[in-house]
Design a protein around this ligand. Sequence first.
Ligand code: UD1
Ligand code: CA
Length: 474
Amino acid sequence: MNEPLEAPAPSARYALILAAGKGTRMKSQSAKVLHKLCGRPLLAHVLSRLSDLHIDRTFVVVGHEAQAVREAFQDYGIEFVEQQEQQGTGHAVMTAKPKLSSLSGSLLVLYGDTPLITAETLGRLLETREATGAAQVLLTAEYAKPFGYGRIIRNSQGEAIDIIEEKDATPDQKMIREVNVGLNCFDVQELLTGLGGLSPENKAGEYYLTDMVRLLHQAGKRVIALSTPHPEETYGINTREELAQMETRLRAAIARHWMLEGVTILNPSTVFIDETVKIGADTVIYPGVLIEGNTEIGPGCTVYSQCHLKDSVLEAGAVIDHCSVVRKSRIGSGAKVGPFAHLRENCVIGGGARIGNFVEVKKSRLGDGSKAAHLAYVGDAEIGRNVNIGAGTITCNYDGVRKNKTIIEDDVFIGSDSQLIAPVTIHKGAYVAAGSSITEDVPEFSLGIARGRQVNKPGWAHEKAKEKELAKKG
Ligand code: UD1
Ligand code: CA
């Protein structure tokens, strides 16, 4: 129904990613391709490699936890094919036949669990096929430990003529160290014709995509096996241990990248930076920092130990002091946050502003140069410039039913230990006396004071002492 009406150009490029398998060895409820590597699902890594290759359409075969995979990738502009029963990699491709039958050109067939593959390598597969018109170009690698992988069988002229899976290999074949890494580029129509010849007559009882090499070769078609000089980028993930090893490897590469871009990272092996993060030069990152999601850190910032930043922006020269958490927020240039501060979500902290220890801020704006330096809760508040929020101030934003707004205009001074019972507005230049429970708006340049008046009782302590004495005597 959604197929384009006009026939695609012969040089068209398509990609098919196989991601229906259960990933049995992960021992997980969730699909293997949804497991995260450096903050992004495995499948997202593979998809991002395709973005520079001018791929016309990308198809993903889903099966195990199909709905969850579809939901996670609904915004990626990919087309899903559902493989109800996982009867092998060849069967997965057969499932996509209705989507592929009207296409001509090159089809990359990839596995969703090889996240380190580079665009250069995939580009090489595509370009080789386009230049030679081969029916299939596959990537091979020499592994020191080839156990578990399909072995490449070459004839006396060095042509790849078959792939034998571990389960089906003879002891001699098991000695072969050149393996199938699972990355292929096919002529779409040659693939579709060849699929008809697959049969599940093997130890696993599955339709193997790997049999295509033999079928195409027997049919007199051209098959090219390219050996990669970078075997490490072809590693697949089958277990959580492999996932952790790859995480370490990729994290180190990300830290190295930012150090080369001029970022000081004091102890890179303890710092976790997602691939999606950006960091400006001369920023300094202390040990034990976690920076996630779409975080952008400007130049000359400092992030001290044990901070957690997620989906946030730090403008130039901002300082995040020890043990602070900043999520979905924006910190203005030269602002200082922490130690022990918590910016929960949707906070915009102005330039040169200050959020101090044990201050929690949620969905609030704090203008340039404003301060909440100690022990405060600021929620659903609009705060102007040069405002001083005293220690212990609380915006009482929740009345048990709805969240209400506190508005504090420019140059206001809120005395310590005040409660601002929202909705309420403190107008420009006003003062709130310490210890006030403010329930009504304070007009501009006025003092709002809302607390019991103090009464001093002279000699009261002496009376108390007499009372104690009497009580002791009984
Ligand atoms: C496969 C190759 C093997 C190669 C290895 C490289 C075959 C028969 N074997 O073996 O030659 O050395 O990859 O890593 O292809 N999948 C489906 N539907 C299925 C089965 C699998 O979508 O019915 C998907 C999986 O989700 C996975 C990919 O295909 O992303 C590979 O499947 P997997 O079972 O991991 O194949 P291997 O045994 O590793
Ligand atoms: Ca695998």
